[in-house]
Design a protein around this ligand. Structure first.
Ligand code: GLN
Length: 555
């Protein structure tokens, strides 16, 4: 079977959930036995999102091969259970960079280098490279931005050309639009969709299927109108109604027949029924917990929840395993002081200190660690959170009152967290952190080893600073357990406090590898410990059974 390409574009507004629709379609196709991957094309000029502020871009998702990518790749991995790589995300910056490098090498000798054909050819080659690996039956290509944006034009043009290059029967165009409900008129409006489809027609990529995002169910007359005015068949108007949870979307798309239409149009050879038993079980556990606990997420970007999206999703996975809803309390680290820390964490069963960069909010994070350590509250520190745990332990247990990281105090007299030599020589900021998957060897008997059930693990990294081994003997002597070490470079990857209910700080990012089918063991064990703490301290609340609305109803 030829590799098939599905192009997904978005119209009317951003934030319609294109990434979730792509991931949901991918899940449905995987569930029918196909090999699927999803690629994201981002029309901005940065080479990758690695140097962007979390307020600007949300979380930077890191792949095993060390690419700093769009957070949608996290959804792809969580939904498909398949790792992504550098090949799954390209930006305009990367495309131009590669074209300019080729120009300097003389690849286009004698020619004027132009958007068409050179930039569009480069875009096509990035899409085809993934398809030509021979690993996939279907490549879903999500284009970032909204149709009509100037910066998106070369992408739409490249995809339009690809329909000719690889043949119409091997490509499909799905357009995601908004069908707004006007409360005053009491009606759903199709005009924005008509305009969006008209715009994409002008640039030549006719949609075969329209996924219409709406707040209320879309009835037959509106569907007929959209089909008639947008040149698609009635069955190709797919409604995507607001869902309680993103994990419900594949089931809603199944009910709407999105996968069925895709399979018919691309003539895909698949099993009759998708195997979604485990997925359905998972969605049921997410929706029907009988208890809930509050867990604090301490970070400095908490106003922008996308900055911690993989952590929030990992909590959902771990909650489902433990049969409880994890109610995340987002706590601004800037606001925490030694004085108010008890009030801030009242009613909380576990404390997670989040990753981050720069000095703002550090003292609040250190105060949160101290509270968790001294009060016996389950603690999970991730990356900067682990570094704060080391600083707190050095200051308050090892007697190094001025211990710090050189990230916040360059000339710290006791730099318990410091740059490695190879980082000291770095002059460039982009793509130069310790990035991607590294091996870690666990210490037998540690909480981490108990969670993983394995001695050798691999986890993804994104940081410059490390535990300073000059302080290792002292800190270990004072009781901190080194529970995981990178074997090649003897870098400390995990710290634990043995005589604590559950206190684990990890230098890597476990949240990036938690998926629906493989909830991350550290998150699962953290929530388990939090639940035990909650039970002992009367902090667990009962949840009333959910009155389930039908997945989709015809108005
Ligand atoms: N700022 C820290 C470092 O670079 C931690 C990074 C993170 O939390 N991702 O080492």
């Amino acid at each position: 079977m030829d590799t098939k390409y599905i192009f997904v574009t978005g119209g009317v507004t951003s934030s319609l959930g294109k990434g979730i629709i792509c991931a949901s379609l991918g899940r449905l196709l995987v569930s029918r036995g196909l090999k699927v991957t999803i690629q994201k094309l981002d029309p901005y000029i940065n080479i990758d999102p690695g140097t962007m502020n979390p307020y600007e871009h949300g979380e930077v998702y890191v792949t095993d091969d060390g690419a700093e990518t769009d957070l949608d790749l996290g959804h792809y991995e969580r939904f498909l259970d398949l790792p992504t790589s550098q090949q799954n995300n390209f930006t305009t910056g990367r495309i131009y960079y590669d074209v300019i490098m080729k120009e300097r090498k003389g690849v286009y000798l004698g020619k004027t280098v132009q958007v068409i054909p050179h930039i569009t050819d480069e875009i096509k080659s990035k899409v085809l490279e993934l398809g030509n690996t021979g690993k996939y039956d279907v490549v879903i290509v999500e284009t970032g931005g909204t149709v009509g944006d100037i910066e998106g034009l070369p992408y739409i043009e490249a995809l339009r050309q690809m329909r000719y290059d690889v043949g119409r029967k091997n490509t499909l165009s799905i357009h995601l639009t908004l069908v707004p409900y006007l409360r005053a008129a009491g009606e759903l409006k199709t005009k924005p969709t008509q305009h969006s489809v008209k715009t994409i027609y002008e640039i030549g990529l006719q949609p075969d299927i329209l996924v219409c995002r709406a707040e209320v169910p879309i009835g037959p007359s509106i569907r007929r109108k959209i089909a008639q005015f947008c040149n698609v068949e009635y069955e190709d108007v797919i409604a995507s109604i607001d869902a309680d949870s993103i994990y419900e979307v594949p089931l809603m798309m199944l009910e709407e027949g999105l996968d069925k239409r895709v399979i018919e149009k691309l003539d895909l050879k698949v099993s009759d029924k998708p195997d979604l038993d485990n997925w359905i079980e998972f969605v049921k556990s997410v929706h029907n917990p009988d208890k809930k606990i509050k867990v604090a997420l301490v970070g400095k970007y908490v106003e922008h929840k996308d900055a911690y999206i993989s952590i929030a999703e990992a909590f959902i996975h771990a909650g489902a395993v433990n049969g409880c809803k994890v109610n995340v309390q987002w706590i601004q680290s800037d606001d925490i002081t030694e004085k108010n820390v008890e009030r801030k964490f009242r009613g909380i069963s576990g404390i997670l200190v989040a990753p981050g960069f720069g000095g703002r909010g550090i003292e609040g994070k250190v105060a949160a660690v101290k509270y968790a350590r001294t009060q016996g509250i389950p603690f999970f520190g991730i990356c900067l959170g682990m570094q704060c745990a080391v600083i707190e332990y050095a200051r308050n247990v090892c007697g190094l009152a001025d211990a710090n990281s050189t990230e916040f105090e360059e000339n710290s007299p006791n730099p318990v967290i410091d740059l490695m030599l190879d980082q000291k020589d770095n002059v460039e900021m982009g793509g130069t952190m310790r990035l991607g998957a590294y091996a870690c060897e666990l210490t037998p008997g540690s909480m981490s080893m108990q969670a993983y059930g394995d001695k050798n693990i691999s986890e993804r990294h994104r940081h410059r600073y490390e535990f300073n081994n000059k302080y290792r003997d002292l800190i270990v002597e004072k009781g901190l357990n080194i529970a995981g070490v990178n074997p090649e470079r003897d870098l400390v990857e995990i710290v634990e406090i043995p005589d604590h209910p559950w206190f684990v700080g990890v230098q890597f990012h476990p949240e990036l590898k938690s998926t629906v089918s493989y909830p991350h063991p550290l998150f699962v064990h953290f929530i388990k410990a939090a639940l035990e703490h909650g039970v002992q301290n009367n902090l667990v609340e009962a949840v009333q059974p959910r009155v389930k609305k039908p997945l989709a109803e015809e108005a």
